[in-house]
Design a protein around this ligand. Structure first.
Ligand code: OGA
Ligand code: MN
Length: 223
């Protein structure tokens, strides 16, 4: 096969598309409620490929304990959050990660078209919560950094069942918190400066990819 055909064939194999109806659903939910959640957002094949990459990175010691705050206010505190993270490259090599980054960029552009949020960039990390860890109730916008507009989370925990813990609690209405089960393939997004949320203590190793859609491209400074 000539080189250009190989390129086209590889490109077609990697291409993924968010359907327009789903895009509309996400935009409507964000406009009305400030959050959106959907199980089976991905094929099982893509979710398990992403889980395999997460586990490979864990096994090659690429994960680091997550902290809170930025710059000089950065601190590690297991009472607040107990996960370890691995930042995903802007141009990943693995097919499954290329597809996930591509899907999130399509969602970003779709939201910009529908809601005029002016989301100009995306940052994402893999996260692993070991058994016994949690993330206290919080907002995703740091005090000294208002660049995060939309938080996006994809769960990768295989065979999650009730009782295993690690649920996400969304406090859109503090009197009626909503529980999201962290099952592989479930996708959640919410407005970073408005929706307080919490990760309940997990009893098994909990895997996810978490990211933020940003008002300004990374590298143009905070604020
Ligand atoms: C975070 C976070 C939620 C989750 O990383 O800021 O709140 O369900 N994650 O993993
Ligand atoms: Mn958060």
């Amino acid at each position: 096969m000539p080189a250009c055909s190989i390129f086209v064939a590889t490109f077609l194999e990697i291409m993924v598309n968010i359907d327009l109806a789903k895009m509309q659903q996400i935009a409507d939910a964000l406009a009305d409620e400030g959050w959106f959640a959907q199980p089976d957002f991905l094929t099982e094949e893509l979710a398990s490929a992403l889980l395999n990459i997460t586990r490979q990175n864990r096994d090659s010691d690429a994960f680091r304990r997550a902290g809170i705050g930025t710059g000089t206010s950065f601190q590690l505190n297991r009472e607040i959050r107990g996960d370890s993270i691995y930042w995903i490259s802007r141009h990943p090599q693995e097919k499954a990660l290329i597809q996930w980054v591509e899907l999130m960029n399509q969602v970003r552009e779709g939201i910009n078209k529908e809601l005029f949020l002016g989301l100009r960039d995306l940052e994402m990390h893999m996260a692993i919560y070991p058994p016994g860890t949690h993330y206290q109730r919080h907002l995703d916008q740091f005090n000294d950094r208002s660049n995060r507009v939309l938080s996006v989370v994809l769960y990768l925990t295989p065979d999650w069942q009730a009782g295993m813990g690690g649920e996400l609690v969304i406090y859109r209405n503090p009197k009626e918190p909503v529980i999201v089960e962290p099952k592989a393939g479930t996708f959640v997004c919410f407005l970073s400066d408005q929706i307080e949320h919490e990760v309940l203590t997990t009893h098994i190793e909990r895997y996810s990819i978490t990211g933020w859609m940003l008002r300004k491209p990374i590298g143009l400074g905070f604020l």
